[in-house]
Design a protein around this ligand. Structure first.
Ligand code: UDP
Length: 359
């Protein structure tokens, strides 16, 4: 029987895979999930499988917590072992994590074709581990599912074009539409936290560039301290560890909570007056729910949102820049744009992979 093995390992990949796995199930495609273990805490992993109804992984490698080299190396070895036994027709990978690259490398060396969802994104900052992972994965993939026209052009600039590249739209948009409606009834997070709509800002910080340098973290916290109002901050495990190592205390207006499940996150996003983040996914979700956003980076892969005025960049190199950008963003909207497809990216991915498998 023809089959696809999907390699996932980190929080945003669970959300993306949820919508694509549902489209596979609707099309009778046999998909088996391989979870590398990159994110393993209950609230960074299990909650997504439960509430988004993702099929249970057939393999759980339990690889996480090491350096990039350690994780990627161990993952390649373990994924190769599974692929040699299973011999799938395709390997599907998502985004830009070490799990993405490990899955892609293990597969191509066994001559198993790789499909990459979220192909063609570029920050043009090669110091980001994510940028290295996505560039290398794109260059070994046989099918590249790009989320935007900008992503298609980036691939063309690197010599990747033709039938292998397909602009299907963004699977995160599919997820926001599908689970956004569900969250309205399924999430009780606002009452649990005693929050009312539009009474708070929502922030997330987790990237290596924001958290590894204590000065950078200090600027972010000092910028947040100047904001007149509550900031709800679901604290990523990496950020918690870095804050504690640097001995940094959160300002009084920060409401720190544990990471939440996706339905609660969507609810927190929809009802925020402002979103401040260094996350790729959260920047876009701010736009999907039409909430003004400040991105704590000096560049972004999702440039269309900055150009249309939905998002502002504020490099975390000074507290003032951050505080000013947050103040300026409050109450703003952007131009009417629709760069992320029609909400059926997952269906298009499933259809194309089915065609490939059948041919
Ligand atoms: N997210 C979540 N709970 C949280 C924080 C984030 O469900 O406490 C979701 C968020 O809505 C988005 C995804 O996780 O869909 C983003 O993941 P992350 O920021 O870790 O990665 P990135 O998008 O930057 O790759």
């Amino acid at each position: 029987m023809k089959k696809i093995i999907t390699v996932i390992g980190a929080r945003p990949q669970f959300i993306k895979a949820a919508v694509v796995s549902r489209a596979f199930a609707a099309n009778n495609v046999v998909e088996k999930l391989l979870h590398t273990g990159q994110h393993f805490d209950t609230n960074m992993s299990d909650v997504f499988f439960d509430e988004l109804e993702i099929p249970r992984p057939t393999w759980h490698l339990g690889i996480g917590g090491g350096s990039h080299g350690q994780n990627t190396g161990r993952m390649i070895e373990a994924i190769e072992h599974v692929l040699m036994q299973e011999r799938p027709d395709w390997v599907l990978v998502y985004g830009d994590t070490d799990s993405t690259l490990a899955g892609a490398l293990a597969a191509v060396k066994l001559h198993i074709p790789v499909a990459h969802v979220e192909a063609g994104l570029r920050s043009f900052n090669r110091r980001m581990p994510e940028e290295i992972n996505r560039v290398l994965t794109d260059h070994v993939a046989s099918l590249l599912f790009a989320p935007t026209t900008a992503a298609v052009s980036h691939l063309a600039d690197e010599g990747i074009s033709g039938a292998a590249v397909l602009n299907v739209g963004d699977v995160m948009f599919d997820a926001a539409l599908f689970y956004g409606a569900k969250a309205e009834t399924a999430s009780a997070i606002l009452s649990t936290l005693s929050l009312t709509s539009k009474s708070y800002a929502l922030a997330t910080i987790h990237r290596a560039e924001s958290t590894d340098d204590p000065d950078c973290l200090r600027h972010i916290l000092n910028g947040f301290a100047q904001f007149a109002g509550i900031i709800v901050l679901p604290v990523h495990p990496r950020t918690r560890a870095r804050l504690s190592a640097a001995g940094l205390r959160l300002p009084d207006n920060i409401r720190a909570i544990e990471p939440v499940g996706y339905l609660d996150m969507v609810m927190l996003e929809k009802n925020a007056r402002l979103i401040v983040t260094d996350s790729g996914g959260v920047q876009k979700e701010a736009f999907f729910h039409r909430i003004p956003c400040v991105t704590l980076r000096s560049e972004t892969e999702w440039t269309e949102l900055v150009e249309a005025g939905w998002n502002r960049l504020a490099a975390p190199s000074g507290a003032e820049t951050i505080a000013q950008a947050m103040q300026a963003a409050l109450g703003t909207t952007g131009k009417s744009i629709a760069p992320y497809g029609d909400g059926n990216a997952a269906g298009k991915i499933a259809t194309r992979l089915l065609e490939e498998i059948a041919s």
